[in-house]
Each structure stands twice: as structure tokens, then as C-alpha cells.
Ligand binder design. Structure first.
Ligand code: PGA
Length: 248
């Protein structure tokens, strides 16, 4: 049995007051579940640590520097995230790749930096609408995953999470059908299995892109979908708790 995970990606949203209310409701509303994660903007990690330590809810960041320390103005290192009790960090989200120019190589370096500090990377992969329509979805996600495997080795996926997020489904309200998502998840697992079937069988692969309370159970019911990475709906406690409960 693979670990199921539902991770909230708050993106650049939140305030001390809103977060406090949200986190208290998430803790109460997901009692008894494991695999619940909230990923906040950096300044709020101290607040998450204060409110979530000792609860069943884990927390993490949405990015990190590939460098350890030093003259990198504006950057945040993996060891700093550890200081604030993070277990997870999202790596290579499509917004990082497209808006902030992160290449597959940068993503591979960040993945390694996260693991070296003992954080669990949530590695995002996904194709754009143009790439899907051109029939190159598998090649695109394959290149994204291969860059990380080439840099860290396939066994690195033993302590990582993958999130398949079709770019055309992120924040658009347009969810991949369970079958469309399953096809890509299966492809990713088969691709990894060519290198190591044991690792492939164990690595959780989450789906992300307009997951809502209404479609979560159907998506999470697919054989290779092990939970979700949730953007917009992770900011609404009732929706997020309902999605967490859909892990079953
Ligand atoms: P969404 O975002 O759920 O708002 O589509 C998902 C994500 O970007 O991780």
C-alpha cells in the first residue's frame, strides 16, 4: 500500500489571521487522517510550526534554493526550512518553471538540496495544453522526471513524492478526467519501473489541477493516483478537509 497524501499549495496567499483560522479548522476537520500537508509562503512557516507541531498535519514550503548558504540575496535554503519543522517542499511547480524560468536542471538541483537536508520533495511535472495537443505529454513529463533521476538516481524517489499537474488544469477549473490523469500516472510509474520496479511501486504520485471536493474521490480512486496537490481549494477549510477525506 502506498502512502496517500493530500498537500495544500497555498501559493502567494494568506495572512496571519486567515492562516490561523484555516489551520485550526484543517486540524479539527481532518482528525484521524494521515498524509495531510499544508505548504505556505515562507514568512508563515513559523506560524505553521507553532500551530501544527504535535498534530497529525505536516507542513512545508513551495520552493527552496539549490544552494546551501551564502551570498544568494533573497533565497531560502533547505536547512532553514528544516529549522521551521518542514517535512515537505514543493519543487518545480509549473509556475516556478514558466514564470521564474526554472529549468529541469535547476529543478534537479533543488530536489537534491531538499533531500540532502532531510526534506521530502514534492516534484511537480506536467505538460501545457499545446504539448498535450501535439501528442507529446509523455515525452514532456518523461524529460522532467528523467532530469531528476539522472542527477540523483532512481532510488532517490524512495523518499520523494511526484505530482502530475497538467498546466492546462492548474487554476483553470478544467480538471483532467480521471482516465486522462491515470494514463499519465501509469506512464510515469512504468517509466520508473524500467529502472527500478520496487521504487516505482512505492513512490506516491499525486494529481494536481483544479481538484475540488466534488471530483477528488473519483480521481483518488484511480489505481495510480495516490492523492492530490491542491491549490485554490486548499484555502477554503471545508473544501480542503473534504478533499483530504476523499483519500479514503
Ligand atoms: P489548483 O492549483 O488546484 O488551483 O488548480 C494546483 C496547483 O497549482 O498546485
Amino acid at each position: 500500500m502506498r502512502q496517500k497524501i493530500v498537500a495544500g499549495n497555498w501559493k502567494m496567499n494568506g495572512s496571519l489571521a486567515d492562516n490561523e483560522a484555516l489551520l485550526k479548522e484543517v486540524v479539527a476537520g481532518t482528525e484521524g487522517l494521515s498524509g495531510v500537508v499544508c505548504c505556505s509562503p515562507y514568512p508563515y512557516l513559523f506560524q505553521l510550526q507553532g500551530l501544527l507541531e504535535g498534530t497529525h498535519v505536516a507542513w512545508g514550503a513551495q520552493n527552496l534554493s539549490q544552494y546551501e548558504k551564502g551570498a544568494y540575496t533573497g533565497e531560502v535554503s533547505a536547512s532553514m526550512l528544516k529549522d521551521f519543522g518542514c517535512s515537505y517542499v514543493i519543487i518545480g511547480h509549473s509556475e516556478r518553471r514558466t514564470i521564474f524560468g526554472e529549468t529541469s536542471m535547476t529543478v534537479a538541483e533543488k530536489f537534491k538540496a531538499a533531500q540532502e537536508a532531510g526534506l521530502i520533495p514534492i516534484l511537480c511535472v506536467g505538460e501545457t495544453l499545446a504539448e498535450r495537443e501535439a501528442g507529446i505529454t509523455e515525452a514532456v513529463v518523461g524529460e522532467q522526471i528523467d532530469a531528476v533521476i539522472g542527477y540523483s538516481g532512481v532510488e532517490a524517489l524512495n523518499s520523494a513524492v511526484i505530482a502530475y499537474e497538467p498546466v492546462w488544469a492548474i487554476g483553470t477549473g478544467k480538471t483532467a478526467t480521471p482516465e486522462q490523469a491515470q494514463d499519465v500516472h501509469r506512464h510515469l510509474r512504468e517509466r520508473i519501473a524500467l529502472m527500478d520496479s520496487d521504487v516505482a511501486g512505492k513512490v506516491p504520485i499525486l494529481y494536481g489541477g483544479s481538484v475540488k471536493a466534488a471530483n477528488a474521490a473519483e480521481l483518488f480512486g484511480m489505481p495510480d493516483i495516490d492523492g492530490g496537490l491542491i491549490g485554490g481549494a486548499s484555502l477554503v477549510s471545508r473544501d480542503f478537509c473534504d478533499i483530504c477525506r476523499a483519500m479514503g
